[in-house]
Structures are given as C-alpha cells and as structure tokens.
Design a protein around this ligand. Structure first.
Ligand code: NDP
Ligand code: GDR
Length: 364
C-alpha cells in the first residue's frame, strides 16, 4: 500500500518541491492550504510543463485540504481523517524581517503551530504510526558561537522568528523523548530556487537583475550587503527531509552545503549573468553599485532594510547527514543556483508589464 504523507506549507517553496518528490516516490500526498482571497497555488503549477502539472495538481494521489496550523481542532481533525504515515511541518511565517513586525503571530504559527501537530498525533494515539518532520532552521544559531555550525553547536537566535523556531525545535525533541515518537528536526540552512518567495534576498536580487537588464526596473534597494549565508538549492534539500524520516533512528540533522557567500557576491554574480558589471562606491549605508557600462546607480543600500538584530554569518557542517544519510551536499553549486534563478527570472520578466510601482521600492 502507498505511504500517506501530510505536508503543511505545501503552497510554499519547499512544500511544492516536496509534494512533487513524494508523488514521484508513489506516496499519497495531502497538503494543507490556507484560505486566501487570491489564488495561492501558483507554486503547485508554475514552472511545470503541462504534462508535469497533470501529474501534480491533477494527480489522483494529491489532495488539498483547507487548514491552518494555529487551529488545533482543524489540524487534529485532518490528521485523524488522513491517518498519515509521515507529517512534514513546513508551515511558517518564514520571513525573518517580518517577524520583528509580527512577533506574536510568528510565535503562534512557528511555535504553537508545531505543538498543535505533535499534540494531535499524541492524543489521536498515532505516536507509533506517524513520523513527524519539523522544519528547523540555521536561524537557531543566530549570533554564531562556533564556525561551522553543527548539531551540537549552541543556539543563540537573533529574531522573533528564530526564537519561535527554537520552541518548535525543543517541543519536537521533547515529544520524541517523552512519548517515544519519531519526531525529528531538520536544521536546514538557507535554500533557494526559482520558486523562492520574492521578498527573500536571493530572489529579490535575481528578479531585479532580470528587470534591470530588460529596462523594467532602475534600481535594486538592499539592506546589509555583508551578510554571509550558506545557500543551497531547495530541490536538493527536500530529499533530505524525506531521508531524515526514513532513517532507522529518530535524530536531528544539519543540512547545508558547507560553503558561504555574501549578499554582495550574490548581487555581483546575478548581474554578471545578465551582462552587467558593477563597481561599488561609498560604504555602509551610503554604498552604491554603479553600472560600469552606463555610469548609472543600479544598486543602493537602503537603511530601512537593515534588521534590528542581524545574523552576520552562517556556515553549516553537513558531515552527519553525509555520513548517516548518504546525502551529497554539493549537487547544485552556488554558481549553478544563481544561474538557474536568473535564467528563470529572465524568462518570467519578459512577460511582465513595465513600470510596476513596487519594483524600485520596499520589498522587505
Ligand atoms: P515559504 O514562506 O515559501 O512557505 C511557507 C508555507 O507555510 C506557505 O505554504 C504558507 O502558506 C504556509 N503557512 C504560513 N502560515 C501558515 C499557517 N498559519 N497555517 C498553515 N500554513 C501556513 O517557506 P519555505 O518553503 O522557504 O520554507 C519551508 C519551511 O522551512 C518553513 O517552516 C521555514 O521557516 C523553514 N526553513 C526554510 C529555509 C529556507 O531557506 N527556505 C531554511 C530553514 C528553514 P501561504 O502560501 O498561504 O502563505
Ligand atoms: P534569512 O533570508 O533572513 O537568512 O532567512 P533573507 O533572504 O531574508 O536574508 C538573508 C540576508 O540578506 C540580508 N539582506 C536582505 N534580506 C532581505 N530579505 N531583503 C533585503 O533587501 C536584504 N538586504 C540584505 C538580510 O539582512 C540577511 O542577512 C531565510 C528564511 O528562509 C528563513 O525562513 C530560514 O529559516 C532562513 O533563511 C535559514
């Protein structure tokens, strides 16, 4: 019989890749979607060929249910009806900058939402049947205590998002230890893709590069250019979520590439891919990126985009995942990742209308 998986956050970047991955493995996949006044299933279709779209949205093994992880009754009812073998809890208010504006909401979704799932599994008597994957994050490390960061590195979160996710991490571990549940954390470092949300820095940059190259945007406004991140490819990372749940022991794993780059490097490389070379002038909050061919300012630092507390650098050590899960962290290199994202945005932008107001503005 086919295994049954339930994915929260199925409309997000990772949820859409994971749904595809599990359907290809023959799973019956259930996803929770939020009611929205506008259509929110693009990622379950976008970038797929017509043929592929048939296999996902029209796949008879794929089922969508309305729900919200903050609604414990709804989550309990759904888990009872679906009786999943595996739950992937990917639902989150996942934007670190936004979590400073909405700390309470972020806690409700990212912290209490995790508890609602674990508690539902427990009260429904599914602790032996259902394995739970919790989407933990490198943001737990925050103000770095050790480089590179591994499973034993102490946490020091630097945002309401990180603090809420720490609750998710520990309550998952606590349910594992208290009730002998297979409940595990994947501590994933940043991972990006053509489907990355447009307000995360990598996608903001690749969209801007495409629009600037096609004359549809004048300037890219950014915050901290010096942040260092360990950026992987989302499609490679969803396989780890699955591998972590298939492992013979319930354990937590760091998933990362082991390579670190700055936001500045990402900008330079993305622009290079569209044929633009820049030079930097000024520094700190006055810094500007000048198009060497035209002399125009095309990148500008905007102080309002800095965070109240920043995570300066993240570098993961995926040795445990490599050794115990046989996972290869370097499948998609940094250069390939940037190239894939720019290529995809060049195609998307060519169908866009010009002069949409938000382009030079305040995407967080
Ligand atoms: P996205 O922001 O792309 O997706 C988040 C998903 O959660 C969306 O489907 C969203 O629905 C859903 N969601 C938000 N709030 C609720 C709620 N209250 N109830 C139900 N669903 C909700 O995130 P990613 O795909 O990038 O990340 C997936 C998970 O992994 C998140 O938990 C994130 O915090 C974590 N993570 C991500 C990393 C990354 O680099 N991408 C790294 C480490 C951890 P909607 O579409 O309606 O908004
Ligand atoms: P992050 O991702 O905070 O690491 O969280 P994000 O892409 O938002 O920021 C990365 C770094 O870039 C700096 N930065 C900017 N960020 C944004 N969004 N917009 C800007 O204009 C900008 N300019 C500079 C940031 O200050 C930061 O240092 C992501 C999310 O997916 C989380 O859900 C996940 O847990 C972590 O990755 C691992």
């Amino acid at each position: 019989m086919a295994k049954i998986a339930l994915i929260t956050g199925v409309t997000g970047q990772d949820g859409s890749y994971l749904a595809e991955f599990l359907l290809e493995k023959g799973y019956e996949v259930h996803g929770i979607i939020r009611r929205s006044s506008s259509y929110n299933q693009e990622r379950l279709e976008e970038l797929l060929t017509e043929e592929e779209a048939k296999t996902i949205l029209n796949n008879s093994n794929f089922h969508l249910h309305y729900g919200d992880v903050t609604d414990a009754l709804n989550i309990t009812r759904l888990i009872n009806e679906i009786q999943p073998d595996e739950i992937y809890n990917l639902a989150a208010q996942s934007h670190v900058r936004v979590s400073f504006d909405m700390p309470g909401y972020t806690l409700d979704v990212d912290g209490k939402g995790t508890l609602n799932i674990l508690e539902a599994v427990r009260v429904l008597g599914l602790t032996e049947k259902t394995r739970v994957y919790q989407a933990s994050t490198s943001e737990l490390y925050g103000k770095v205590q050790e480089v590179p960061q591994k499973e034993t590195t102490p946490f020091y979160p630097r945002s309401p998002y990180g603090v809420a996710k720490i609750y998710g991490f520990w309550i998952t571990k606590n349910y594992r230890e208290s009730y002998d549940m297979f409940a595990v954390n994947g501590i994933l470092f940043n991972h990006e893709s053509e489907r990355r949300g447009e307000t995360f820095v990598t996608r903001k940059i690749t969209l801007a590069a495409a629009r600037i190259a096609q004359g549809k945007q004048k300037k890219l406004l950014l915050g901290n250019l010096e942040s260092l991140r360990d950026w992987g490819y989302a499609k490679d990372y969803v396989e780890c979520m699955w591998l972590i749940l298939q492992h013979n022991k319930a354990e937590d794993f760091v998933i990362a590439t082991g390579e670190m780059h700055s936001v500045r490097e990402f900008v330079e490389l993305a622009l290079k891919h569209v044929g633009i070379n820049i030079e930097w002038q000024g520094n700190g909050v006055d810094e500007k990126g000048i198009n060497l061919a035209t002399g125009e300012v095309i990148v500008e630092v905007d102080p309002t985009l800095f965070r109240p507390a920043e995570v300066e650098q993240l570098l993961g050590d995926p040795t445990k995942a490599k050794t115990l899960l046989g996972w290869n962290p370097t499948r998609t290199s940094f250069e390939e990742l940037v190239s894939k994202m720019v290529k995809s945005d060049m195609a998307k932008v060519s169908n866009e209308e010009t002069n949409r107001k938000m382009f030079d503005g305040v995407l967080v």
